[in-house]
Design a protein around this ligand. Sequence first.
Ligand code: WQD
Length: 346
Amino acid sequence: MSHSYLKKILVTGGLGFIGSHTVVELQQQGFEVIIIDDLSNSSKEVLNGITAITQQTPAFAEIDLKDKQAVSAFFSNHSDIGGIIHFAAYKAVGESVEKPLQYYDNNLGGIVNLLLEAEKLNRSLPFIFSSSCTVYGQADALPITEDAPIKKANSPYGNTKQIGEEILFDVTQSKDIVNVISLRYFNPIGAHPSLEIGELPIGKPQNLVPFITQTAAGLHDKLTIFGDDYPTTDGTCVRDYIHVVDLSKAHVVALQRLLNQKQTSNYEVFNLGTGTGSSVLEVVQSFERTSGRSLAYEIGPRRTGDVIAAYADTSKANNELGWKTEKTLDEAVDSAWKWEQKIRGI
Ligand code: WQD
């Protein structure tokens, strides 16, 4: 078996926030990368940021994974793909409630079209899936382990992650098409230390850290903290904020696990977090400490759908995957602020 294709990796959604950081880590580990992205929530400029870091411009194809013909043509030209890391998906929780069909069509149609093409390769392809801790809902026990029960998703977005995992699991049980690792992310934040790539939310950000940095940059009057009457240390919700570079490195480790056939089953799941919970107020304090600036905020009503607390039990990822986070909350929040300053020219 020629081993040349083991090195050519397809990254769908590779111009997105986590995708672009993962492309950098793949290139720095010697992989050749080809990106598929439909540019619906990203920009081709990100290719320049990746190149500025690694001096290698990944191949890029502007393809909508819902377009079966385009996906099929792509695989006809790239039958030497050695693995797939699948990020491409719509990811706004609130938007998914308003537009469920678009979310099911895009997020699930994309997975099915990729798998239909993988099946034609007649070999078992390593497949890394971008999943989310949202599949656990409000877990009964903290920290959250991979065998915590999957709760009914509280948004179509979260449901597309659950159903996506089920589709992948079922395919691994039928025949040799893909070997799968689903990575359940906690809360990805921050930017690459080079400040060549980072998070580029379109419109008003839903997520906490980009809202904080945009507020500090003057784009919003103040942050609204969605409730401070939760049963937590300071009344605000607790999450596990993981630096996007730590998260991206985990994808390369997971891919190498499959390429080296170290998996213990054809379908594996790993929680990716720091193992430490931080409250909203603690994140605000981290911003103020690292930036030396005070942040304007008010306490507002709770946000529907928010869980009280979620943070990862990292022992499986640490012990079986052989990966752990290295960066602190302060480093992640500081990199997010430095990135915001760069893209706003302040
Ligand atoms: C974090 C905390 C808010 C904004 C979601 C998805 C998850 C993943 C990450 C895509 C909560 C509070 C936020 C604000 C606030 N998305 N908050 N004011 O909801 O944990 O996770 O984003 O993959 O799948 O579910 O992240 O950053 O939106 O919120 O008080 O303006 O910050 O209430 O407690 P969340 P978040």
